[in-house]
Design a protein around this ligand. Structure first.
Ligand code: FAD
Length: 428
């Protein structure tokens, strides 16, 4: 449905990275232990863990590494899944949901340590605010804090009442917030490039501009074909997110690609930039369609808000986003916006992750707009399973992710009507 371009789109991350190393195109027939299709966080995290465990890994990316969601996101590394814990608990029971949560806490810790371990920089900054816009959703924050502490033993949350908010964020929009000291924000393109370098150092091979046209299963494993070459792998990992499409129609049916977009302002006066978040955190509100934003190390405000359920991206992203940005920070009225871009998130019906296996074919998808830490937690489950330990993968396999009704033509409109109801609840 969506076509990959040969180069990165015009994001803030690609625009400020400097020369981005280009990996070769696949122009040979080769083999490996584990063949991974998709060079976003899901593929890269899985590839690194397996390469470090001694497996011969090949990753095929249709465009550039982190060309899609992994190189376009808000950079907020928040512990938890898009669906929150209730659907996970309902499907798995309290004890198994707790095990899944523990793997998320592991992912948050691992994200802190990975760059240091492999010597790369991701502009890692600690802390996130979960803010409430509507007075009636303040209680939700308190319930979240109690549940996290009592049920899951997570003690990193603290409640910030309205009168203390100016110490944390210079916005009149919020009634209260939670501070999560286990969360962080980071530069996702630097993370992807760092992971890629670490995979290569561990002996893995990465190919860019190498779209897999199809794959087939043979007695000896899997064969994936690109325009100029072929890779045989004993194990196959599909990490294609919203772009999986015809490569695997059964997996594709379980995803609704939702358009999401954001902007980066011009660098602000350093004092003004610091005043927006006096303690250097990022923020996301608890509306159904949230605003999420942070200040970058070069003093820009990066701001996302709004999404489209029919998968399109507004033609003028800055114009579409500006009203949301100025609603949060009226002091930035008229601010210059340097970058505006969009991407696709892979929503499942219940926003639960879709991670599993069938024989030696594994997949990770369905992170539903919240994937920086979830892809790492899921990559651990998949790589552990490939190495013989199925315990974590078994948890994901307990989740049910049905296909969207109505086939390709109807799934987005049906979903859009449903979501309109929730949007309404964001204002009344
Ligand atoms: C605008 C936006 C903002 C977001 N903000 C946040 C945030 O702040 N925090 C957060 O946690 N999450 C956020 N997310 C979600 C997060 O970025 C994703 O969940 C995560 O990056 C998914 O990683 P992935 O590897 O599964 O998918 P992707 O990054 O989409 O990678 C899939 C890759 O597979 C490749 N591919 C597909 N088909 C083929 C093929 N046939 N052959 C070869 N390669 C193929 C694609 O080209 C692509 O590069 C955001 C997403 C968007 C779009």
């Amino acid at each position: 449905m969506f076509k990959q371009s040969a180069q990165h789109i015009g994001t803030y991350y690609a625009g400020t990275y400097g020369p981005i190393p280009l990996r070769p195109r696949l122009e040979e027939h080769t083999d490996c232990d584990v063949l991974i299709i998709g060079g976003g966080f899901s593929g890269l995290h899985t590839g690194l863990r397996l390469a470090l465990a001694g497996k011969k890994v090949v990753i095929l990316e249709a465009s550039r590494l982190a060309w899609a969601a992994s190189g376009r996101n808000g950079g907020q590394a928040l512990p938890g899944w898009s669906c929150d814990m209730p659907p996970l608990e309902k499907a798995l029971g309290t004890e198994r949901a707790r095990q899944l949560w523990d793997s998320m806490v592991w992912a948050a810790e691992e994200m802190r340590e990975l760059p240091e371990r492999h010597r790369f920089d991701i502009d890692y900054r600690t802390g996130a605010l979960y803010t409430a816009v509507l007075p009636r959703r303040v209680r939700l924050l308190q319930e979240n804090l109690e549940e996290a502490s009592e049920k899951y033993g997570y003690q990193q949350l603290s409640f910030i009442p309205k009168q203390d908010l100016p110490e944390w964020i210079a916005s009149p929009r919020y009634q209260a917030a939670l501070h999560d000291s286990g969360a962080a924000h980071l530069n996702p393109l630097k993370l992807a490039q760092g992971l890629a370098g670490a995979i290569e150092a561990a002996g893995g091979r990465l190919f860019e501009q190498s779209k897999v046209l199809d794959y087939r299963e043979t007695d000896a494993g899997f064969v994936a074909r690109t325009e100029h070459g072929e890779v045989r792998g004993a194990v196959l990992v599909l990490a294609c997110n919203a772009y999986i499409d015809r490569l695997d129609p059964a997996l594709s049916k379980r995803l609704l690609p939702v358009g999401s977009y954001q902007v980066a302002t011009a660098p602000l006066d350093p004092e003004l930039a610091r005043s927006l978040f006096p303690r250097g955190t990022c923020a996301i509100d608890n509306q159904f369609v949230p605003d999420y934003f942070r200040v970058t190390p070069d003093n820009r405000l990066l701001f996302g808000g709004g999404c489209t359920y029919l998968g399109g991206i507004p033609a003028d992203v800055p114009a579409a986003t500006r009203p949301y940005l100025e609603r949060v920070f009226p002091q930035l009225r008229g601010v210059q916006i340097d970058y505006g871009w969009g991407g696709h998130i892979d929503c499942t019906m219940h926003r639960t992750p879709d991670v599993g296996r069938q024989g030696q074919r594994y997949w990770l998808q369905g992170f539903s707009g919240h994937g920086i830490l979830p892809t790492l937690a899921a990559a651990r489950a998949v790589s552990d399973a490939i190495l013989g330990d199925e315990q974590l993968l078994g948890l994901y396999q307990g989740l049910s992710n049905p296909g969207f009704p109505g086939g390709d033509l109807l799934r987005a409109p049906i979903e859009a009507v449903g979501k309109a109801w929730y949007r309404l609840r964001d204002v009344v």
